[in-house]
Ligand binder design. Structure first.
Ligand code: SAM
Length: 337
């Protein structure tokens, strides 16, 4: 499938479905061409979010338990499973694909086998299993699921050896993932790997934080901005290629897993810093909770400059200002550059 072969009637139909968010329980994939068109465009954008998550996991020294099955639940064209397999090519014993669309499972299986000849691939509609030695990956399914399917997926997540779950970075869905986080950590004894820098309760659950949501922004590959296919796609689809907001969670049961050299007081930026003249207002999340703090330009000129260009990393060590609880006295990026 190439950009020349894009069929806009198909893409418009799919995009309208995703934007309207009204799923009748029937599968919307009508044939393999629907899946191929999605995979090349909308699916690839989802792949960029996975790239950001997988980069973060590597930065933070995480890897999946060796020899487990990788289970892509709600696989669609299979972009998430392929990205995870690509990040740890030797880790997984098998790829399991589940979707309520048989066409989707077949398409995803064919693509995975083409990418990794010899890979053991199991495609089956059964949405639950007795086993618990799998790594679950879930991508952009949450708002399509009726209550019963959502409950089944939560059980599958609770039983997993590790969970990697990426969704759009919108308030309602990110808040839904937060509820899943509580299930996994408090109910099923999972350990938070990411996005959190701590194992404490989610700070966004505290009263007063209802308007916030845990979301982040992925950078698409820079070369797409000089690629006429992608530029035309963005214009025709009305999609801002730069804005890739996502919400995610990664948990595991690897009690002894090394946590690289991450400092214990590490803070993560939620959303993006709001930059004003001379200071930036930033929502930081850490073990002590979530706090909106002003960071003065003079206290961190390089970081302020990066934020004002919509750059800057996710992690910081923050020294509070003892005189002004709404201010940071200093911030330092992690890992140090
Ligand atoms: C927006 S697509 C995302 C596909 C893929 N995970 C990705 O990130 O590109 C949502 C997928 O969830 C599947 N799905 C929806 N409801 C489902 C259910 N009840 N059980 C299994 N899969 C379901 C759809 O068929 C579709 O393939």
């Amino acid at each position: 499938m190439t950009f020349e072969a894009l069929d806009w009637r198909r893409l418009d139909r799919l995009r309208a479905l995703f934007l309207n968010g009204q799923f009748e329980g029937e599968s919307y994939w009508r044939d393999a061409t629907d899946l191929a068109q999605y995979d090349l465009t909308l699916g690839e954008r989802i792949g960029w979010k996975w790239d950001a998550v997988l980069r973060e996991l590597k930065l933070r020294g995480w890897s999946p338990p060796a020899g487990a099955e990788l289970w892509d639940w709600g696989c669609g064209s299979g972009v998430a499973g392929r990205r995870v397999l690509g990040a740890w090519p030797e880790s997984f014993s098998r790829l399991r694909l589940t979707d309520h669309s048989r066409l989707a499972m077949e398409y995803a299986a064919d693509r995975a086998k083409a990418a990794r000849p010899g890979l053991d691939v199991l495609a089956e509609a059964r949405s639950e299993t007795e086993s618990n030695s799998y790594v679950l990956c879930v991508s952009h399914v949450w708002n399509e699921l009726p209550a019963e399917a959502a409950a089944a997926l939560r059980r599958v997540a609770a039983q997993a050896a590790a969970v990697l779950w990426v969704e759009p970075g919108i308030h309602s869905v990110a808040r839904g993932l937060q509820a899943v986080r509580e299930d996994l950590v408090t109910g099923a004894g999972h350990r938070m790997v990411a996005p959190c820098t701590h194992q404490a309760a989610c700070g966004l659950l505290a009263a007063g934080n209802e308007r916030h949501w845990c979301h982040h922004f992925a950078d698409p590959p820079p070369e797409i901005f000089a690629n006429s296919d992608w530029v035309r796609f963005g214009q025709r689809a009305g999609v801002d290629l730069r804005a890739l907001p996502y919400a995610f969670l990664v948990t595991d049961r690897l009690r002894e897993a090394a946590r690289s050299s991450e400092p214990p007081d590490l803070q993560r930026v939620l959303g993006s810093p709001r930059v004003y003249k001379g200071f930036a207002r930033v929502l930081f999340c850490g073990a002590a909770g979530v706090a909106e703090l002003d960071v003065q330009q003079r206290s961190a000129p390089a970081i302020y400059k990066a934020w004002s260009k919509e750059r800057g990393g996710d992690f910081y060590q923050v020294t509070p200002d003892p005189q002004r609880p709404d201010r940071a006295a200093s911030v330092a990026a992690w890992p140090p550059t």
